[in-house]
Ligand binder design. Structure first.
Ligand SMILES: Cc1cc2nc3c(=O)[nH]c(=O)nc-3n(C[C@H](O)[C@H](O)[C@H](O)COP(=O)(O)OP(=O)(O)OC[C@H]3O[C@@H](n4cnc5c(N)ncnc54)[C@H](O)[C@@H]3O)c2cc1C
Length: 420
């Protein structure tokens, strides 16, 4: 019996952050989209996430009309307060002075994923296939443009001009296409959970503690929930793994501006993740575009996963919508996307990968943290870098090197004159 066949401009596999963003943006350009998601329920969401979304995501959220919905759902517009080298750094960029985004969002995936998915599937040129799993890629082996999807006893062939893999770090599309994968070690493990009504918890700014080499965080979220947790060096695994809750309780009590976990109510059991290698795949392979975690899954410490998920969707759509509409030059668009993705993420990825080794802070990083604690303008520069709104070379520039030096020399004079 012949299988039912349907035709689209583009098939997107995975209806989470990256996939829904791409579907929205393609639909805005008038393209016909099939959005395939293996989970059946509209309210499904990603549990392994600590919900701090960096500001580099916000311009894409604005493009798809998501920022207003996040605001309405109680998302918290975040800045960052960081404890490093025994001082607090307040990263509070001023919107009237900065051309770059000055806040990101903290919103639980429990809320964000359904809002984004519902918004996406309401669009008239998006056909949603919930509960469908991609079983096979169809093509000549060198270029795949169609997929066979199944749900219960139903089987469908979806045909298109291009497939987009937005199916996360364990991408099935990557496996089916044979796309190569590079894996890099992450020498930290994490415990985290959400808490309600926690006394003295942050309400506006995300609080992070650089405990060198460990890292703790407390993020204020919607509905008064604080998402908190820690990334520990693997050498401490044996000491902590038997009592994750007690570990977090003792840690947060002892931190500067920390808090007593017994003052609040846990929203869930402690989530524990012991292995989280970084994963890198080619952003385009055999006619398939990879976006979000399917292309690059980094160390969650930096909270860049969602931001790069929406940005990579945006880059892809900008570079491929015209060729998909005309049906010409799709291969060239994919090449351009691959180059663009690499150009914008490569150096950040290398820096993140280097820190994921579990190493301690370099001397220059410590000098930068101390300078940022003493100088608000430099703290905001640091924010631009941490949120990946500026490149590594813009951050570690000669100008910034002299800026750090000037702050330290100035500080030396202040110390000397107050000693006199
Ligand atoms: C411990 C931890 C903490 C994190 N904290 C943060 C944070 O604070 N901030 C941040 O920005 N990022 C964070 N991240 C990373 C972030 O969660 C991911 O980067 C982000 O979810 C990637 O989005 P995505 O759309 O690419 O993939 P995913 O969200 O993984 O979505 C993939 C989708 O594809 C679907 N799918 C999979 N296979 C198939 C298939 N065969 N057919 C159809 N559908 C399929 C899945 O059901 C899912 O809906 C964290 C990650 C971890 C592990």
């Amino acid at each position: 019996m012949a299988l039912e066949k349907k035709n689209y401009d583009v098939i997107i596999v995975g209806a989470s952050i990256a996939g829904c963003t791409a579907a929205n943006l393609y639909a805005q350009k008038g393209l016909k989209v099939a959005l395939v998601e293996k989970k059946k329920h509209l309210d499904a969401y990603k549990k392994l996430c600590s919900h701090h979304i960096q500001s580099s995501a916000v311009s894409v959220f604005n493009k798809i009309g998501l920022s207003d919905l996040i605001d309405k759902a109680g998302g918290v517009r975040n800045g960052i307060d960081a404890w490093a080298c025994n001082s607090w750094i307040h990263m509070r960029p001023d919107a009237s002075k900065s051309k770059l985004p000055t806040y990101g969002y903290n919103i639980r995936r429990k809320k964000l994923d359904p809002i984004l998915r519902k918004k996406t599937i309401e669009l008239s040129n998006v056909d949603y296939y919930p509960g469908f799993i991609v079983k096979e890629l169809l093509g000549d082996g060198n270029c795949f443009k169609s997929v066979r999807v199944v749900k219960d006893n139903q089987s469908l062939d979806l045909e298109s001009k291009m497939i987009v893999a937005a199916d996360g770090r364990n991408s099935v599309i990557a496996k089916l296409s044979g796309a190569p994968k590079e894996e890099f070690e992450n020498n930290r493990f994490t415990f985290f959970l959400g808490y309600k009504d926690l006394h003295n918890a942050p309400t506006k700014y995300s609080r992070i503690w650089m405990l060198d080499p460990n890292f703790a965080f407390a993020f204020p979220n919607d509905d008064g929930v604080t998402e908190l947790g820690c990334f520990f060096h693997n050498s401490e695994l044996e000491a902590y793994k038997n009592d994750p809750y007690g570990t977090l309780r003792d840690l947060f009590k002892a931190l500067p501006n920390g808090f007593d976990l017994d003052s609040g109510k846990p929203e869930e059991d402690v989530l524990q993740l012991y292995k989280m290698p970084l994963i890198l795949r080619p952003p385009a392979y055999k006619g398939i575009a990879f976006i979000g975690d399917a292309a690059m899954s980094t160390d969650p410490i930096w909270g860049m996963g969602c931001s790069w998920a929406v940005q990579s969707a945006d880059w892809l759509v900008s570079l491929s919508a015209d060729s998909l509409r005309s049906g010409e030059g799709i291969e060239k668009s994919l090449t351009n996307y691959r180059k663009y993705h690499k150009k914008h993420t490569r150096w950040h990825f290398l820096q993140i990968r280097n820190y994921a080794s579990g190493r301690k802070l370099y001397r220059i990083e410590k000098l930068a943290f101390v300078a940022a604690s003493k100088n608000g303008a430099f703290a905001n520069k640091m924010y631009d870098f941490i949120s990946r709104n500026i490149s590594l070379s813009e951050y570690f520039s000669v100008t910034n090197f002299f800026r750090i030096l000037k702050i330290h020399i100035g500080n030396l004079f202040v110390k000397t004159s107050s000693a006199n």
